[in-house]
Design a protein around this ligand. Structure first.
Ligand code: FAD
Ligand code: NAI
Length: 469
């Protein structure tokens, strides 16, 4: 027997699910959110965005005090790492954030059902309660927001001690001497940066011939150069065929991606970060007839509807970039669509930020994509070496690159590597939402002296008239 009629049951409380629940409640719906983890917030708040950014922030401070304050005339001696304290700060940030979502659920009268949810036929979600027993929720609509999980690498078994996923890499009890990262993407570079700054020798093993393969190639190249200066070693075009835990450490067998003679590498800790896969396990999707695509993601239409009426899906479990803000925007859109409004997500203007130092931030088309799609474009570039504020900060590595349509001047893509790139990209995302041209940014007054002047200068450079280079 179903015990209560809901307008909406959301399965999963990550940034997609919890934001969807809040927006639906704002729109007057009776909402329940089923979460099997003990705390709300999903991957992002518990073991993803938030703890990784806490450690990036803390390790950056440690690195700055040790290596970058002297240039500013600040002498510091006796700097020591208190790893326990750093991890404690990270844990507190996580708890504050997950408690924050619990508070918001109370505020919006959203029922948090603790357990594993499963679609159990039309209008029904069965929950295997964490405390034991089962409860069935009757609902007009279901939104599946179960997110994603670590993609496994055959031959490399994760034990979360010596061979870790991002979750283990967020909680290492001591700084490994030799830290090998498999995968030169978002997680590999961010978690590699944390442990490099804290003293580990870091080697990144990447299958392709470049790191950050989704980003503009110039950004990837520059990032590799800067990170190499920071002491990272890169083995590109290389795959890991096997990993064996020995008393000397983890013995990795590496092979060239294109074939040929292999080599061995020994690590104290190995991080597997080769991507994530949609999480659709034990959800009753097959029984309910919900169609998946060839990558195992729930197939949805432009309104986030699956092929089964009343069942929707958002976030990492559907197509598109696996990013928290993408999941959030879809959560809002689907709640509005269910309420009969016109919810919408503009996939052409979703920023991606890698929170290394310097940061890399990107939105829209890369130069390679424009070439492949045969789009005629203009490019404007401005280096931070010519920006007064970046000089004052002593962080002049990087540049802003703006790609605009050759005929209309409409901005098609922006790629930034440099200090605070993650904040700088916001201006151009907004500009793109408004269909702005490079000239619009070039004619917009930017405060002096700020890093944002580099964005304005890159926009001027699109028309060949930068003022400071
Ligand atoms: P998730 O956050 O994965 O949440 C899904 C939730 O559903 C989970 O809590 C899970 O327990 C629950 N669930 C699953 N099945 C069931 C079930 N049957 N019943 C009940 N509950 C269930 N993105 C960014 O934008 N910025 C970043 O800086 C960033 N950093 C990251 C760092 C790391 C280390 C990782 C791993 C990811 C990072 N991401 C980042 C990606 C981001 O975390 C995801 O894109 C985002 O969490 C996806 O949100 P979601 O709501 O789709 O799913
Ligand atoms: P990723 O897709 O960013 O990078 C994976 C990398 O591993 C790629 O460069 C890929 O070519 C490489 N690779 C794949 N198979 C390999 C193999 N067998 N051997 C060696 N290299 C291999 O995935 P990652 O870093 O695991 O992160 C997962 C997702 O989580 C990201 O794509 C992103 O969507 C999200 N994320 C976002 C962050 C942010 O927004 N700052 C931070 C961390 C994660």
């Amino acid at each position: 027997m179903a015990d209560q009629q809901y307008d909406l049951v959301v399965i999963g409380s990550g940034p997609g699910g919890y934001v969807c629940a809040i927006r639906a409640a704002q729109l007057g719906m009776k909402v329940a959110c089923v979460e099997k983890r003990e705390t709300l917030g999903g991957t992002c708040l518990n073991v993803g965005c938030i703890p990784s950014k806490a450690l990036l922030q803390s390790s950056e401070k440690f690195d700055e005090v040790r290596h970058h304050l002297a240039a500013h005339g600040v002498k510091v001696t006796g700097v020591e790492l208190d790893l326990k304290g750093m991890l404690g700060h990270k844990d507190k940030v996580v708890t504050d954030n997950t408690n924050g979502v619990a508070f918001l659920f109370k505020k919006h009268k959203i029922d948090w059902v603790k357990g594993a949810g499963r679609v159990a036929g039309a209008g029904k979600v069965a929950v295997a309660l964490n405390g034991g027993g089962e409860r069935t929720l009757a609902t007009k609509n279901v939104v599946v927001a179960t997110g994603s999980d670590v993609a496994p690498l055959p031959g490399v078994a994760i034990d979360e001690k010596k061979i870790v996923s991002s979750t283990g890499a967020l909680a290492l009890a001591e700084v490994p001497k030799r830290f090998v990262v498999i995968g030169g993407g978002y997680i590999g570079l961010e978690m590699g940066s944390v442990w490099r700054r804290l003293g580990a020798e870091v080697t990144v093993v990447e299958f392709l011939d470049r790191i950050l393969p989704g980003m503009d190639a110039e950004i990837s190249k520059h990032m590799q150069r800067v990170m190499s200066k920071q002491g990272f070693a890169f083995k590109l075009g290389t795959k890991v065929a096997a990993a064996k835990t020995t008393n000397r450490g983890v013995l990795l067998t590496l092979e060239p991606a294109k074939g040929g003679a292999g080599e061995e590498l020994v690590a104290d800790v190995v991080l597997v970060a080769i991507g994530r896969r949609p999480y659709t396990e034990s959800l009753g999707l097959k029984e309910a007839g919900v169609a998946l695509d060839d990558k195992g993601r729930i197939k949805t239409d432009a309104h986030f509807a699956s092929n089964v009426p009343g069942i929707y899906a958002i976030g990492d479990v559907i197509a598109g970039p696996m990013l928290a803000h993408k999941a959030e925007d879809e959560g809002v859109a689907v709640a509005e669509i269910i309420a009969g409004q016109a919810g919408h997500v503009n996939y052409d203007a979703i920023p991606g930020v890698v929170y290394t130092w310097p940061e890399a931030a990107s939105v829209g088309k890369t130069e390679e994509q424009l070439k492949t799609e045969d789009v005629a474009y203009k490019s404007g570039k401005f280096p931070f070496t010519a920006n007064g504020r970046a000089r004052a900060m002593n962080t002049t590595d990087g540049f802003v690159k703006i790609l605009a349509d050759k005929t209309t001047d409409r901005i098609l893509g922006v790629h930034i590597i440099g200090p605070d790139a993650g904040h700088l990209i916001a201006e151009v995302v907004l500009a793109m939402e408004f269909g702005a041209s490079a000239e619009d940014i070039a004619r917009t007054c930017h405060a002096h002296p700020t890093l944002s002047e580099a964005v304005k200068e890159a926009a001027l450079a699109v028309d060949g008239r930068p003022l400071h280079i």
